[in-house]
Design a binder for this molecule. Structure first.
Ligand SMILES: Cc1cc2nc3c(=O)[nH]c(=O)nc-3n(C[C@H](O)[C@H](O)[C@H](O)COP(=O)(O)OP(=O)(O)OC[C@H]3O[C@@H](n4cnc5c(N)ncnc54)[C@H](O)[C@@H]3O)c2cc1C
Length: 484
């Protein structure tokens, strides 16, 4: 494969070499061939956009490619991959303010921040996500109900527009553009530099509780009871459990430690002590674990694995609270490298409805029951609490979300059946005033776009798109699917 990283001196528009690659979502189930370029400077971003303009094409922006579906894919067209713009330009130890290029990952940021006793305010379940992708999707963490989304810790960003102008944007300088580019899934321009506020921590560890949730109602009740005091809340849900145990799971609650509470805590500012270990029992590389998971999935043993995990939850509850590093608590999904390969060959899709609190039990119960009845039971369910935010294409509600991972069959009829099921479930959610999150979507129909955001927000977003990208240079498979 030739190196698609651009050389320092760009060629004239229309003459750059874009590398043919298979560009897929994290779940591998959607995507396809794309022509890829990896700029290393802002000037090269401008050259690349000019190149696509000159060719009369369209281009998708891509960070680390961690969106599960088609948010950063562009079948048959151009893909500008920002992962090689990965320098932390500045980190102020007095304030915790980081200035970064867009390809800097959550992992790069926390490794820098923790050395000075800071931690990113909002992190995703994997540390592989880039800052540009995090802002464009306005990601949420396990503390969304308390600290809001990623966009609320972005102080400013530089946006390269489709026409090649570089605009410095803050919430004060251009509130409309600020609140739309963040959450605007890469439709309004390419972020080439961001300033991100991190938060002070007084230990490299958190105090963590495992709490067994008997059923769905209990799971939701724990979220309600603890959201006023807990720093982080997230629940694993056993989506195979039926009857009285439907919606049961294991909640994790975590609290930051106060100054002096953990005398050993500063030792864990050392990044190597935060990192998720790469071996099990010090010998077995975790990269070898996914084939075992593949067997469990393909031999139909997920229900059994979940039942065992639920039982193990009782042990964890008895041993709670315990101390855990920030890295180990947040990046559970990074414990097993390439875990998504267990869903090969069909891959996976994630479906994450956001439901207002008052409707949450009814809607989530309906969803779980319908999945079980249809024989498409997600192998993983994750429940979180959210609160609304001021970003234009927000996915948040005053309520909960349940992320569900479905393995996709290679059998076309089964695949179509899964898509249809998810579209029917989406109806239930939208009728209840719920929303969806494009980082986790592969199935929504264009007719849902205005229903997710409301006519007024969609009208404002389309007007901003027409202003900043009148020729619709920036496109993705997702944007075409949603009719943006
Ligand atoms: C294992 C796993 C766990 C996850 N956990 C969470 C979670 O807990 N919470 C959560 O909210 N999400 C979560 N996600 C989803 C993930 O955080 C989002 O999909 C995020 O946007 C991925 O960032 P990325 O750098 O990979 O961007 P990509 O997926 O490559 O792109 C995402 C979007 O950002 C746009 N974009 C990328 N770079 C730029 C740029 N420089 N300027 C403008 N637009 C740009 C793209 O066009 C695209 O629309 C998880 C994903 C995985 C795989």
């Amino acid at each position: 494969m030739t190196d698609p990283t651009m050389s320092p001196s760009a060629a004239s528009p229309g003459a750059l070499h874009w590398n043919e690659e298979d560009v897929r979502g994290f779940g591998m189930a959607v995507g396809g061939p794309g022509k890829v370029l990896r700029p290393t400077t802002t000037e090269q971003v401008a050259d690349a956009l000019a190149d696509v303009r000159a060719r009369g094409g369209n281009v998708a922006l891509r960070g680390a490619g961690c969106s599960y579906g088609d948010a950063a894919t562009n079948r048959g067209s151009y893909v500008l991959d920002l992962s090689a713009m990965n320098k932390i330009l500045d980190f102020d130890p007095a304030t915790g303010l980081a200035t970064v290029e867009p390809g800097v990952t959550v992992r790069d940021l926390w490794r820098k921040a923790i050395t000075f006793g800071y931690w990113p305010k909002v992190v995703s379940g994997t540390a592989a996500v880039s800052m540009g992708g995090a802002a464009a999707m306005n990601i949420h963490g396990k503390n969304n109900y308390a600290l809001g989304p990623f966009g609320e810790c972005v102080k400013s960003f530089d946006l390269m527009t489709a026409r090649g102008e570089l605009v410095h944007v803050t919430a004060e300088s251009d509130p409309d553009l600020f609140h739309a580019a963040i959450s605007g899934f890469g439709m309004l321009g390419c972020m080439t530099k961001l300033q991100i506020q991190t938060k002070r921590v007084h230990s490299g560890r958190l105090r963590v509780w495992g709490i067994v949730a008997r059923d769905l109602a209990h799971n939701l009740q724990i979220l309600e009871d603890l959201r006023g005091t807990a720093d982080y809340l997230v629940s694993w849900v056993d989506l195979h459990a039926k009857g009285k145990g439907l919606g049961r799971g294991l909640m994790h609650r975590a609290e930051q430690l106060q100054p002096g509470e953990d005398p050993e805590g500063v030792r864990f500012y050392e990044p190597a002590l935060q990192d998720v270990p790469t071996t099990m029992f010090g010998v077995v590389p975790k990269g070898w674990l996914w084939p075992g998971m593949w067997c469990a999935l393909h031999l139909g043993q997920v229900g059994l694995v979940n039942a065992l995990k639920f039982r193990a939850g009782h042990l964890e509850e008895r041993g709670s609270p315990y101390l855990q590093t920030h890295g180990a608590f947040h990046f559970l999904l990074d414990y097993v490298p390439r875990w998504q390969w267990m869903t090969r060959p069909g891959g996976l899709i994630q479906f994450q409805p956001f439901v207002p609190m008052a409707e949450s039990e009814r809607v989530l119960r309906t969803i779980i029951e319908r999945c079980q009845k249809a024989g498409h039971v997600p192998y993983l369910g994750v429940l979180k609490r959210h609160r609304p935010d001021a970003f234009l294409m927000t996915h948040a509600v005053d309520g909960v979300s349940m992320a569900m991972d479905f393995a996709v069959s290679r059998n076309e009829a089964r695949r179509q059946e899964l898509w249809k099921l998810c579209q029917e479930l989406a109806e239930v959610v939208l009728e209840a005033g719920g929303r969806f999150y494009y980082a986790k979507d592969a199935v929504l129909l264009a007719s849902s776009f205005a229903r997710v955001h409301g006519d007024e927000a969609v009208g404002r977003f389309r007007a901003l798109k027409a202003k900043w990208d009148p020729d619709r240079l920036l496109q993705t498979d997702l944007s075409r699917r949603m009719g943006v």
